[in-house]
Design a protein around this ligand. Structure first.
Ligand SMILES: [Zn+2]
Length: 51
């Protein structure tokens, strides 16, 4: 859950893909980043921790 500075709840807009060649165990360890967008003020923040 991400909160915008305007008080809105930011929605996940895009999630980083796992790099090629990761095993499923590695995928569990890998911390993906995501981009979130506020539906109220349209602010976009990238490189947010997702997992
Ligand atoms: Zn906002």
């Amino acid at each position: 859950m991400f909160l915008c500075s305007c008080g809105g709840v930011m929605l996940v807009y895009e999630i980083e893909k796992y790099p090629d060649g990761l095993s499923s165990a590695d995928e569990l360890e890998y911390e993906r980043k995501c981009t979130v967008e506020c539906p109220n003020c349209k602010m976009i923040l990238s490189d947010q921790k997702y997992d």
